[in-house]
Design a protein around this ligand. Structure first.
Ligand code: SF4
Ligand code: SF4
Length: 346
């Protein structure tokens, strides 16, 4: 059966509110009084201005307040080092970008160094369990607020990437990105901090630098977070982008985990790169806002609307040379949602 997707070309408070109410109604009252609702957002990396504005969250939070739900804004720490790699800095950037003035708690979902996670069983083809940031896993319901934009590995990113990569703990993110273990590069100062945090005794201090034993390494990514000298190298290019997409779709399955879930995707300020980077070039025109309880249908509709707005051209593939639609087919095949949808224009 085709999933219901709601679309508005307007970004006004009233339009966002109506859109969200319609999608919320499709959860059949499964979000209500006292429900802890994780509102998954991206607070934007230092120097980025294209992330979904906190002002656009107000109507969503008002709707949740009317239902006496108990929402909090959240994101999980990033794998790379930047202003979002530990909870202290991450909260500071959230405050700087205006997310702490909305009257609801702002919580980093996987703790100070990305170590707080829940292991969720899934019936995936690659994974039988995934590592989801604990506060998201423990929430009763999810609202996934995404910015639809380009991405160097995914072609484009919206609800599915936000659910999968965005809700994974740091170890989960490493698992999605690579089958290889981290290694120590030239910047090592021999400080020994990584040795202290490694739960697997996999790191030894050699003569000039630390060394990771891949046979012992459990891929927890603690050493990446602990190293202040950026010396622990993440094997980013160990997998083809299609493989990273498939892993991310399986993580998205675990993040939803049978909870009521509403996706709201803002299709504006379409950049070539994601919000983990400082601003990159705009590659398309603004389209509108899409909402659905089906993450795959929401993503497919956002993609189709962008293509329609740009003369049937896949502007993401043109900019990144990656066919991002691979994740849609894979996500559907594992039961995350369906690509068929019925669009209601509000
Ligand atoms: S924490 Fe970083 S700098 Fe310190 S020993 Fe480990 S890899 Fe080297
Ligand atoms: S990823 Fe975790 S287990 Fe592996 S070396 Fe680093 S700290 Fe140790």
């Amino acid at each position: 059966m085709a999933a219901a997707v709601y679309f508005s070309e307007k970004f006004s408070e009233d339009a966002i509110s109506r859109l969200f109410e319609r999608a919320m109604a499709d959860t059949a009252g499964r979000i209500g009084t006292g429900d802890r609702v994780a509102v998954k957002v991206h607070f934007g990396e230092e120097g980025n201005t294209r992330f979904v504005s906190p002002a656009n969250l107000r109507p969503l939070l008002s709707c949740l307040a009317k239902r006496n739900a108990d929402p909090f804004l959240t994101d999980a720490n990033a794998l790379y080092r930047g202003r979002r790699h530990n909870a202290t800095d991450h909260l500071e950037i959230a405050r700087k970008h205006g997310f702490c003035a909305l009257g609801v708690p702002v919580l980093i979902a996987d703790g100070e160094r990305g170590e707080e996670e829940s292991v969720i069983p899934i019936a995936g083809r690659i994974f039988r369990k995934v590592r989801i940031a604990r506060r998201i896993a423990e929430a009763r319901a999810l609202v996934v607020v995404s910015h639809f934009k380009g991405h160097i590995l995914f072609g484009f990113g919206g609800a599915i990437k936000n659910l999968g990569m965005g809700c994974g703990s740091r170890a989960g993110k490493l698992e999605m990105h690579s089958t290889l273990k981290p290694s120590v590069g030239e910047g090592c100062t021999h400080c020994g901090r990584c040795v202290e945090v490694c739960p697997a005794d996999a790191i030894l201090l050699g003569e000039d630098r630390a060394a990771i034993d891949p046979a012992k390494c459990e891929g927890c990514a603690s050493c990446i977070a602990a190293c202040e000298f950026d010396a622990v190298e993440i094997p980013w290019m160990a997998l083809a982008s299609s493989a990273v997409m498939e892993r991310t779709a399986e993580y998205a399955l675990g993040a939803v985990g049978g909870k009521p879930c509403v996706c709201v995707t803002f299709v504006n300020n379409i950049t070539k790169d994601c919000d983990c980077m400082a601003d990159s070039e705009l590659i398309g025109r603004d389209v509108g806002v899409v909402a659905s309880v089906d993450p795959v249908a929401c993503e497919q509709a956002a993609f189709d609307l962008v293509r329609e707005r740009h003369g049937n051209v896949d502007i993401f593939r043109k900019a990144t040379r990656v066919d991002g639609t691979h994740i849609l087919g894979y996500a559907e095949s594992i039961g995350l949602g369906g690509r068929d949808y019925e669009l209601t224009r509000l």
